[in-house]
Ligand binder design. Structure first.
Ligand SMILES: NC(=O)c1ccc[n+]([C@@H]2O[C@H](COP(=O)([O-])OP(=O)(O)OC[C@H]3O[C@@H](n4cnc5c(N)ncnc54)[C@H](O)[C@@H]3O)[C@@H](O)[C@H]2O)c1
Length: 438
């Protein structure tokens, strides 16, 4: 395929050379004459292991050329990949000047170009930017409709400088946000040799995936650094602690605990996080990551509270399905569902609760003491019959998804569902359905 790479920086230079190596006919474009000249002379425009040799080879073989002329490149190519910079602006936001400039230039070239051409952005841009900004700029300049007059896609890049060619060949993730099938086919043909699974998603999902991958990497680094700081103050070896931590690939470095949903709770996480932060304070070690984690958990309980209180609910009654901190336990200690119920009671709501594992007669010890402290009248709220609880209110808070499994759907007709548990996606089609963070 003939591919134009717009922007020969760290991403563009590596992508161009690797695509040329894979047999594509590549034309690279940059406004910087030094970078264009470098490619024309068979030299890598950036420092990157393996790139000088690869660039020299593919240029000598005639599969990689460079120009400063966007229109020429668009006229020749089947697809262009926009790889220009998207730096921070002076208030920390996303600077789109370069992307918009090339969108206008590409659009103008598309106006004159016959036949189908796919425009794909690889630069990192915030979710919604293609729809709100890039596509309108391309359509305005070309007079054509995205997805019909020209193809449109977003294909985030995940390479890391220093290992860029290796990462290009063995990416952790390949996500194509392509609206039209022709662009998806074009993108797929770039990855023909890969054994990796290609995920096709909405354009704005692909934009989001890129940001959250980077946010996740940054969070991991700061977490590990904070562990190191706390450990050092305690006189223990932080790297050794983290070695042990990452050796658990079941709970620690895995999919576990990585699904959007309701707050954490129970007898361990909140208490242990508090103690760790408190001991760090005594040792004068700042713990912004751990502090933020506690604050984020409170935000999630508040989200649920806002969901419930924003719903029109004349008699202020709500039914809870599930109240323990997670399914398959009767532990109510620091259950976010108990904390939500307490807040709703404070707002004058009437509450009825069903939880297959929670029976007043069986609650005991610290568990009983905890819940009586927050919900002194819990015995009046708890019911052993789920149908009684459903009949109590038209607003049902689903804390544990499995409790809905055996319910006759007719019993839920007309009810408003507040989903804190992640019910299957079909539920979202209901008219009166609110998800906690979806
Ligand atoms: N560097 C990385 O490791 C990396 C990894 C993944 C994603 N990204 C993202 O990829 C994008 C590019 O990053 P980079 O580090 O390669 O940027 P860079 O600054 O190294 O390169 C951008 C290039 O675009 C060129 N350019 C600017 N305006 C142009 C125009 N109108 N026409 C043609 N060329 C133009 C610049 O001259 C420059 O050579 C950014 O959005 C970045 O966030 C970067």
């Amino acid at each position: 395929m003939k591919v134009a790479i717009i922007g020969i920086g760290y991403v563009g230079a590596v992508t161009a050379a690797c695509l040329a190596r894979d047999g594509h006919d590549v034309i690279a474009v940059d406004v910087n004459p030094t970078k264009v000249a470098a490619i024309q002379n068979g030299q890598a425009p950036i420092i990157e292991p393996g790139l000088p040799e690869l660039t020299a080879k593919v240029v000598a073989e005639g599969r990689l050329r460079a120009t400063n002329d966007v229109a020429l490149a668009i006229a020749e190519a089947d697809m262009c990949l926009i790889c220009v910079g998207t730096p921070s602006n002076n208030v920390g936001g996303l600077e789109l000047t370069y992307v918009l400039r090339v969108a206008a230039e590409i659009g103008a070239a598309l106006k004159k170009r016959a036949g189908f051409h796919s425009v794909v952005v690889r630069s990192t841009i915030l979710p919604g930017t293609m729809d709100s900004t890039v596509i309108p700029a391309l359509e305005a300049a070309s007079g054509k409709k995205a997805g019909k007059g020209f193809g449109i896609g977003y294909y985030p890049e995940f390479l890391r400088e220093g290992t860029a060619i290796k990462d290009y060949d063995d990416p952790g993730l390949i996500v194509f946000g392509a609206r039209d099938d022709a662009t998806f086919e074009h993108l797929s043909s770039l990855q023909e040799s890969t054994s990796h699974r290609v995920q096709r998603v909405e354009i704005r999902t692909a934009e989001g995936v890129k940001y959250f991958c980077n946010a996740w990497h940054a969070l991991k680094i700061s977490f590990a650094n904070e562990v190191g700081n706390i450990c050092k103050a305690h006189g223990i070896d932080g790297p050794e602690v983290m070695e042990a931590l990452v050796s658990d690939t079941r709970l620690n470095v895995s999919k576990a605990y990585l699904r959007p949903g309701f707050a954490y709770g129970g007898s361990c996480l909140p208490k242990d996080l508090r103690a760790l932060r408190q001991s760090a304070r005594q040792l004068n070690v700042p713990t912004p990551v751990l502090d933020g984690t506690g604050a984020a958990n409170e935000v999630q309980i508040d989200q649920a509270f806002q969901l419930v209180t924003r719903i029109k609910n004349v008699n202020r009654r709500v039914s809870f399905l599930g109240v323990s901190f997670k399914p398959d336990t009767d532990d109510l200690r620091e259950s976010p569902l108990v904390l939500l119920a307490e807040r709703l009671l404070g707002k004058g709501y009437d509450i009825s609760i069903y939880d297959a594992n929670v029976r007043m007669s069986r609650l005991t010890g610290a568990n009983l003491a905890y819940v009586l402290d927050l919900l002194p009248h819990i015995s009046r709220m708890l019911r052993e019959d789920i149908e009684q609880v459903l009949a109590f209110s038209d607003v049902v808070i689903v804390g544990h998804a499995k409790l809905l499994r055996d319910i006759d759907p007719a019993k839920l007709a007309g009810k408003t569902i507040i989903d804190l548990a992640g019910l299957p996606k079909e539920w979202r089609a209901r008219q009166e359905y609110y998800g906690i963070c979806w």
